[in-house]
Ligand binder design. Structure first.
Ligand SMILES: [Zn+2]
Length: 486
């Protein structure tokens, strides 16, 4: 609840922090006369200035309550469990300081005014009893305590969680802490420590890595007002947001990862113009993986390649084809007819659309031209870097996955944004073209010495195949499958 500031509030708040009208005017960035007139009740400041005054006080821990301004303190905590993380700001008034100190003290030691938090916390039945007791006594005054209890409630007895003074500042810190927590909880599976450091050390100095979850409901951009489409930049008053927009198409197994920032018109455009090409390119892979989407055949792929049929029946792949040839006793080959029509550049645009949906919004201003290409096929005459593909062993996952690497500081050769798209054992790596942060067209980025030095884990893969997805002419794949008896 936001209390409307009165002249009395402002005078009283100034007294609490011992500010003159001049001090407040400087802190809020408004004129002294604005403050003086308001306190005399001669003139009410415009809304922007009132907000600035409120923020100036909040910055020095003053909160406005129905009974007047009060001093509060704030403790910032970040709770990291093995499958979750939550930032919490516990705000409290002066009179609750002792309670908050006791709460924090449960997770560390108190020595006078000094609280020493212990980073790794072991969940025990005693801890649960202590938490229940704290919630009973202070839950009403410090509501965040209930959330803390709820999060810790999900961690089994005998397992650890981490209590950090703030959210990890970089992907590298986050990975280091996650690795540490994992090692605490799974001492039997001690990670090969140096190995992952070697592979990711340089990379995570230069790039942040984002890998949104597909195994539970994840909505990117949820709750932001006004709701705005990332692709056409219109707000909810100018366009509609009735349909559910998936970050990765459902035909590629994604049910949970959604975007709140894709309007119905853009959603329909992608569904008709670009996503069918990406799905079509992955037709054979989808059948062999048994990727489950929606619709007929229980959501499993059931495809026509000319007069041939290829489907997954939930248990196995069923193939009916005309051109089957036996090359020797153990091998036969099948040449399928023509598959779905696809446009290579639309495949690339569909991949980049997934990245744009998944990115943190701070990167969007640099990607204006990229978004125009994804949404309106502009700049399509400029050269595009190749997309590379490899087949590697990965733990089975029902949904396709996206990992986005965003460069943390300027660099002459390394691309600003790299996408890694995976479906089953198939991995596609691509540069996101047209970023204002890149000084060149990125053609050949994958063979660049800087890239090889940075993305070392890709260089450990035996073979990458280059795919030219720059073509604008429709085409159809006629896959040739080779079966070897084992
Ligand atoms: Zn839109």
């Amino acid at each position: 609840m936001v209390i409307e500031l009165t002249p009395e509030d402002v005078r009283a708040a100034r007294a609490l922090v011992q500010w003159s009208q001049d001090d407040l005017a400087k802190a809020a960035g408004v004129g002294v006369s604005t403050i003086a007139d308001f306190e005399k009740a001669a003139r009410k400041p415009i809304a922007n200035n009132l907000d600035a005054i409120r923020r100036a006080f909040e910055n020095v821990h003053i909160v406005f309550t129905p009974t007047g301004p009060a001093i509060y303190g704030a403790v910032m905590l970040y709770l990291m469990t093995e499958d979750d993380g939550a930032a919490m700001v516990i705000r409290y008034r002066q009179e609750q300081a002792a309670a908050v100190q006791e709460i924090i003290g449960t997770f560390g030691t108190i020595d006078g005014e000094q609280i020493q938090l212990t980073m790794d916390q072991l969940v025990t039945s005693e801890m649960r009893v202590a938490l229940d007791d704290l919630v009973a006594r202070y839950g009403a005054a410090v509501p965040q305590l209930n959330r803390l209890k709820q999060k810790i409630g999900k961690v089994p007895d005998g397992k650890h969680f981490l209590l950090l003074p703030g959210e990890p500042a970089s992907t590298k810190d986050r990975l280091a802490q996650e690795t540490y927590l994992h090692a605490l909880n799974h001492p039997e599976a001690a990670p090969a420590k140096g190995a992952s450091d070697d592979l990711f050390g340089v990379l995570l100095d230069l790039y942040d890595m984002k890998n949104p979850r597909t195994d539970r409901k994840t909505v990117i951009g949820a709750g932001k007002e006004p709701r705005t489409c990332r692709f056409c930049h219109r707000t909810a008053s100018e366009t509609s947001f009735k349909k559910v927009a998936h970050v990765i198409p459902t035909a590629l197994g994604n049910d949970h990862l959604k975007s709140a920032e894709e309007c119905d018109e853009c959603n329909e455009y992608f569904g008709q113009e670009t996503e069918p090409s990406l799905i079509g390119m992955l037709d054979v892979q989808r059948v062999f993986l048994g990727t489950q989407g929606r619709g007929e055949n229980n959501g499993r792929p059931k495809l026509k390649f000319g007069g041939d049929t290829l489907l997954h029946d939930g248990q196995k792949v069923v193939l009916q084809a005309h051109a089957v040839s036996k090359t020797d006793d153990d091998t036969f080959e099948v040449s399928l007819g023509r598959g779905a029509r696809l446009v290579p550049m639309s495949v690339y645009r569909a991949l980049v659309k997934i990245v744009v949906s998944a990115l943190d919004e701070e990167h969007l201003p640099d990607l204006t031209k990229t978004i125009e290409w994804v949404r309106y096929a502009l700049h399509a005459d400029q050269p595009l870097p190749k997309v590379v593909m490899a087949t590697i062993y990965l733990p089975p996952n029902p949904s396709a996955q996206i990992t986005v690497y965003t460069r943390r500081k300027p660099h002459l050769r390394l691309p600003h944004v790299i996408g890694e798209f995976r479906l089953g054992c198939y991995v596609f790596v691509f540069a996101v073209p047209f970023s204002a942060q890149d000084q060149w067209n990125l053609v050949g980025f994958f063979d660049d010495a800087d890239f090889k030095d940075t993305f070392r884990h890709y260089m450990a893969v035996a073979q990458w195949t280059e795919w030219d997805l720059g073509g604008k002419k429709p085409m159809a794949l006629s896959p040739r499958l080779r079966f070897v008896k084992r």
